[in-house]
Design a protein around this ligand. Structure first.
Ligand code: NAD
Length: 317
């Protein structure tokens, strides 16, 4: 097997950027995001072996041209690079360090790229264990939702050894349009959690501002024009306004369907809260934002875009 693996490695092709590509890529986690990302790798000509606990997701990728493996350990046997896109901490630990996990059979120098959004400390734990197996680990969470995953325009925030990052770049470029090096292992996750904490807070700030303006009698469109050219300007107001009808093609103008779900926002704020507690960093607004999105979920808004916080604050009067 090792001889075959060596032969396959020596056959690695060169991509349009002039960098070495990988001939055998493994992909674990074919959900809303991972399914599209894996398809983009297939479209770019990568030979792909996939695994997911959900057989329907696996069948759909096999139909598109991938091979399937029995478990994540089997994925690692022949792969030069493995990408994972899993829901959260425990899934990543199970998939890498569990029985029949990736690290049970990984080859030396195999590149492991985890794009799940998880706690930076979990990325660091998996990276240490990967190192003991001779493998190279990068954390590489993404921003951009399902549409960006489908269009291949995700942003990857990458943590790990710089030379491993350079090696991973061609494969990340096959799934995304912006690949950012953030520092040591865990720093991709740190960047993602910090950005999403600010986004969660700024969306609530925008929603309560527009709610107050409306109650005072201001036309929301006039308020948007003022804010978007004044010091209150932010992404949530300018490009993702939570008030229905101000912007076309955003979830608020479509019944808060699609977009970035309140459950995912609450998950990321929970990760930020855990990290902040560990670091003894005060995050009063992040903690409050976490509880507000949790309350939204408890009120049945778990499948709505996170900008639905505007409707929640507006109430029924
Ligand atoms: P998802 O739940 O749709 O997909 C996860 C997939 O992992 C599922 O198909 C599930 O069956 C599979 N899985 C779970 N445990 C497994 C295991 N042990 N082995 C193999 N497969 C397993 O989630 P998603 O929306 O694709 O999100 C994936 C990650 O990306 C999450 O960490 C999420 O926070 C992050 N993310 C999501 C979005 C988004 O808009 N959906 C945006 C940015 C980041």
């Amino acid at each position: 097997m090792r001889v075959i693996t060596f032969f396959k490695r020596s056959c690695a092709s060169t991509n349009i950027f002039g960098r070495k590509n990988f001939s055998n890529v493994g992909f674990v986690g074919l959900g809303n995001m991972g399914g599209h990302m894996a398809r983009n790798l297939l479209k770019k000509g990568y030979k792909l072996t996939v695994y997911d606990v959900n057989e329907v997701a696996v069948k759909s990728l096999v139909k598109a041209g991938a091979q399937s493996a029995e478990n994540s350990g089997k994925i690692a046997v022949d792969a030069e690079v493995v990408v994972s896109m899993l829901p959260s901490n425990q899934h990543v630990l199970d998939c890498y360090t569990g029985e029949n996990g990736i690290l049970s059979s990984v080859n030396k120098n195999t590149l492991l790229i985890d794009s799940s959004t998880i706690d930076p400390s979990v990325s660091q734990t998996v990276a240490k264990q990967a190192e003991q197996s001779g493998a190279l680990f990068l954390d590489s969470p993404v921003s951009g939702g399902v549409n960006a995953a489908s269009a291949g325009t995700l942003t990857f925030m990458v943590g790990g050894v710089k030379s491993n990052f350079e090696r991973a770049k061609p494969i990340l470029e096959a799934m995304g349009s912006r690949i950012v090096y953030c520092g040591d292992v865990g720093m991709g996750q740190a960047a993602k959690l910090c950005n999403n904490m600010l986004l969660g807070i700024s969306m609530i700030g925008t929603a309560e501002t527009f709610n107050l303006g409306k109650k005072l009698g201001l036309d929301p469109q006039v308020l948007a024009d003022i804010i978007n050219s004044s010091s209150g300007r932010c992404w949530s107001s300018e490009l993702y306004n939570p008030v229905p009808g101000i912007l076309p093609n955003v979830p608020s103008s479509n019944g808060y369907k699609g977009g970035f779900g309140t459950s995912l926002m609450a998950k990321d704020l929970g990760l930020a809260q855990a990290a902040a507690t560990r670091m003894e960093a005060p995050i009063p607004l992040g903690a409050l934002a976490h509880q507000i999105y949790r309350t939204l979920i408890a009120n049945g808004q778990f499948d709505k875009d996170f900008s639905v916080v505007y409707e929640f604050l507006k109430g029924h009067r």
